[in-house]
Design a protein around this ligand. Sequence first.
Ligand SMILES: Nc1ncnc2c1ncn2[C@@H]1O[C@H](COP(=O)(O)OP(=O)(O)OP(=O)(O)O)[C@@H](O)[C@H]1O
Length: 488
Amino acid sequence: MSAGHGFLHRAGDSPVHRLAPQVKIAAAVLAVLCVVATPREAFWAFGVYLLAITSVWFVARIPVGWFASRALIEVPFVILALVLPFAGHGERVDLLGIPVSPEGTLAGWNILAKGTLGVLVSLTLAATTAPQDLLLGLQRLRMPSVMVTIATLMLRYAEVVVAEAKRMRVARISRGDDPRFLWQLGATARGVGSLFIRSYERGERVHLAMVSRGWTGRMPDGRVDGRGSAAVEAVESGQSGQAVPTAPALLVAKLAFAYPDGHQALFGVDLRVEPGERVALLGPNGAGKTTFVLHLNGVLGGGSGLIEVAGLPVAKEHLREIRRRVGVVFQDADDQLFLPTARQDVAFGPANFGLRGAELDARVAQALEAVGMAEVADRSPLHLSGGQRRRVALATVLACDPEILVLDEPSANLEPVARRELAEVLLGLDRTMLMVTHDLPYALQLCPRSVLIDGGVVVADGPTREILADTELLARHRLELPFGFRLD
Ligand SMILES: Nc1ncnc2c1ncn2[C@@H]1O[C@H](COP(=O)(O)OP(=O)(O)OP(=O)(O)O)[C@@H](O)[C@H]1O
């Protein structure tokens, strides 16, 4: 994905665009403070500010019209400014036969001038600085990490809403709707309910991915935390929890689950996976595969049956450790990546699990190295290609050093080269792996064993080659090998 234009950001290579983000943020804050502190009667000063801002636009090579269309967010200020001359207190003077309050007029001017200049300064900053660079700038200005995190999450959510709105617009136009902006604006307003639901669902998936990497609602602040490190060391040395070295990597017995709306998705799944095994989870749409894997790290729960990870039951009191042991790589890498740089995204999980300082840095470097992405460590994940993002998403989970790696559709939407490169990375990892996939050749290449789930139960379990050779079994469960693919 290239940087490109957004609604508020206009990519370019002007000297203003090239300025360090922290310098631009500091300059913008200073400018707004100056504007706010200027006495409202200093009309000339507001003229100078406006001239300075338009000069920046000139140097940044951004047309005035671009800002004008975006300055619509200022409408509430304008309405207030227009009302005040009539609503203001004190004496009245006659203006074209209408009595107006001089004090109200000055107050209205004050709001209009300062509001407009404040909006224009903010728009200039946003137009010349990519969102991710703004976050980097905040960090370099040593803003408290919790504030940068809040800004990051707000930005991520704004992206989610804008992306969903765009997708809905494309879908409407594809079905013959009028593509004109105003018409679309009306349609978006009418569809705001479903936009909210879709954004909420997307937000929920991002949240699930965060929870799966140990997020407990508190952002790791990067300071050394002896208690956290001790917890991780204890886990690593096998002292915490009741890990039994000889236990299977995963043991699931009679797992049944119904969603809150009453839909029964699992009807008693049994599965045993030994340490180091690579198992493909196959099955048609709606078979229950995702529901099943979300139980393995306790993201879903409340059904009946037993799940143990290396002998440790998946239960509320063990969730933190279970989530460190079971790393889930979600299908859409965008659900997993939300911080300004790949390095920060990869550090998110291990920092949640208590790692700090040099130990954390080493873990992050190791994980990025393992997926061949060390060179993109300081780039924004949003600027990476689909294949690169998939690999960074994998690194975010590897950095937690999980014993079991669960991959949901790892090859989906990847071009053939990226698909092969990811397979090479996965084959090079020495750990227990569970891979949900509709890509049967990928299952054959990566997983010696396959488990076929349908209707919420396991219907076949055996060597992948044997399962894929059973054309009747595949047909019964709506699976088929790609055209021209032969099992030799
Ligand atoms: N949040 C939910 N609420 C209610 N029902 C759900 C929910 N999520 C999934 N289901 C239902 O549970 C069943 C299993 O869904 P699941 O997503 O686990 O299937 P899957 O095998 O992963 O499918 P796919 O291959 O299409 O991703 C489906 O019938 C689905 O409609």
